[in-house]
Design a protein around this ligand. Sequence first.
Ligand code: GLN
Ligand code: ZN
Length: 756
Amino acid sequence: MAQLHNLGFPRIGTKRELKFAVESYWAGKISQAELLEKGKTIRAKNWALQADAGIELLPVGDFAWYDHVLSTSLLIGAVPKRHQKTDGSVDLDTLFRIGRGRAPTGCSCAASEMTKWFNTNYHYIVPELSSDQQFALSWTELFDQVTHAHALGHNAKVVLVGPVTYLYLAKCVGREFDKLSLLEKLLPVYQQVLVKLARQGVQWVQIDEPILALELSDDYRHALKASFNALAGQGVKLLLASYFDSVSAYYDDIAAYPVDGVHFDCVAAKVDFTQIDSLLSADQVLSLGVVNGRNIWRADLDAIFSTIKDIATKRGDNLWLAPSCSLLHTPVDLEQEEKLDDELRSWLAFAKQKGQELSLLKAALEINDNRDLVTYSAPVKARLTSTRVNNAVVQQRVSALTVKEGERENVFAQRIEKQHGALNLPLLPTTTIGSFPQTQAIRKARRDFKAGELSATDYQNQMEAEIRYAVEEQEALDLDVLVHGEAERNDMVEYFGELLEGFAFTQFGWVQSYGSRCVKPPVIWGDVSREKAMTVQWTQYAQSLTSKKMKGMLTGPVTILFWSFIRDDLDKPSIANQIALALRDEVVDLQNAGIEIIQIDEPAFREGMPLKATQWQDYLEWAAYAFRVSASGVKDETQIHTHMCYAEFNGIIAAIADMDADVITIETSRSNMELLDAFENFDYPNDIGPGVYDIHTPNVPDTAWIKALIHKAARKIPVERLWVNPDCGLKTRGWEETRQALDNMVKATKELREEL
Ligand code: GLN
Ligand code: ZN
């Protein structure tokens, strides 16, 4: 009968124990021995959780102190030169230095870059490889973990990032070279790992090659084939795992790999079960990822049962069942949630519950009886028609949307004329991206207010005092377009989620974002609507304090969508349009309250791109449309800004132009304005504010540096269309450095206005 396994489990612990342990170690509060012990306890607990839920084959090697790609780099000895120890050995501090640029002991050197793991919000540490890179089996913690799992009596399946995916994700240091040329040197180390694991009695090793979900060049396809040829026959059985999108383009390749089993993600894209069954021989294992590993919804087990029942009978022991991908992307345990009402809770399943779902499914398959599944999945079906979820007014409004709601009254060239007349701003207007330093006092007030220890009036007074302070500072700095500073917002998505209908918040629904950083995404469970204005009062108050223009500040529909757990019963464009309509009402209310400039942030616009290029156009169209719906309810004179953080803009400028914001502010200072090239080459038509200093460090840029950057920008974009601003919001900075940096920014701009 079917065997149950997990591709990976959240490593952070039910109460984020791993985060607190590593952070105490970094702060010198616990020793390395204590940290190692805590890690061991967390791993044991994670295995126990899974085993109790009924998972039979437990992942080992999915745990990571910081990131699993970084652990792989250490395993194979790919340590950047600047982080190497003189004796060539690697240890936990080596790992932390690569991830963070420092560790409790040893030198501090720039951390390696991090970037998004495929289309998730998890970030991995980018391996740095040189053309003469050597690899050697270096960090042996994996083998200790195996020993530990075996000692606890678990049936362990070791999980490894596949060698070809590893190379694909790496970056070249020094000159560009063909990374695949390193495969020949890398494979012997993987072989060594497999041989060692075999000696430890490991039967199965899962080789993750998620790049199969991308569009691969022939070189990569050959590399995958060569890799599996080399890894087979080392004494362990190999399970190829891919996930996050369809791999159907490579079915023939996969069928020819000499592996003992293949896992398919059956959730991310539609899978033809008969077809994948026919790819594998009867003695190969077919693993079906049938429960969504990336969301938090209870599965419709009854529906899954009917789709896999035949194939399960046919394959018997050689059918495995699993979540679609590693559960790294889901919170750990729903049982901890105390504040969700029963109905909402009955719709959800976190990592542990997903294991239980597989057990239920297996039990039903064994007796060929789906009755328990029908009972279990009844809430899923009820949710579909629930009046709590479905809001007829919202649905009608979305279905009535036409091209017109996504268009401003007139084109940019006409709007900007009117805006110049109405706003009367100088050449190179100066502004900021929205937030000002979130001081201890601000955080405490918010905490106390939420805990009921600060009254609504006191909270309001304190926030108004913070707004007043931020406005006074900006006036003293002589900035042109002011902001209220976002003191009342803890997070740019959570703030709106709490005020919109259709959102829920968990207490412990954390997922790892990078290193020890975790995020708790809101849950969009129903149709989204706005009961009342969300930002008007604060913004209006801020405007009342100054005769300068106050910029209203909102988070855009695409960003709210991608930084939340979204419904699985409605398509993304529809969810985005619902949010967009709620925001559109807010934008109009702001305008009617006398706010003439409104910024709608879309930092997640780029990251929402699907994995496959063939799907980009469709995505960019609906995403830009949703943004325009939020922005287009206002008259021409009202100026709409948007903001995006550091991103690869090549290839998406047309879509950004399609968003048709009057002004876009982007992060460019670290790339020395090079990111503007894409805008220049495209002849991007609207106004742009390229960031003139990096807000990620406390360093204060001097006037000459800023002037040089603006000069550089002015060579790429006509100066009449340039704005001057920092790269991003200032909430993580202190006031002292913020004041100095902005002072230099304003001075530099004034000098330039004289010179130009
Ligand atoms: N307005 C937000 C801020 O200033 C934008 C943050 C972001 O781009 N991530 O904090
Ligand atoms: Zn930003």
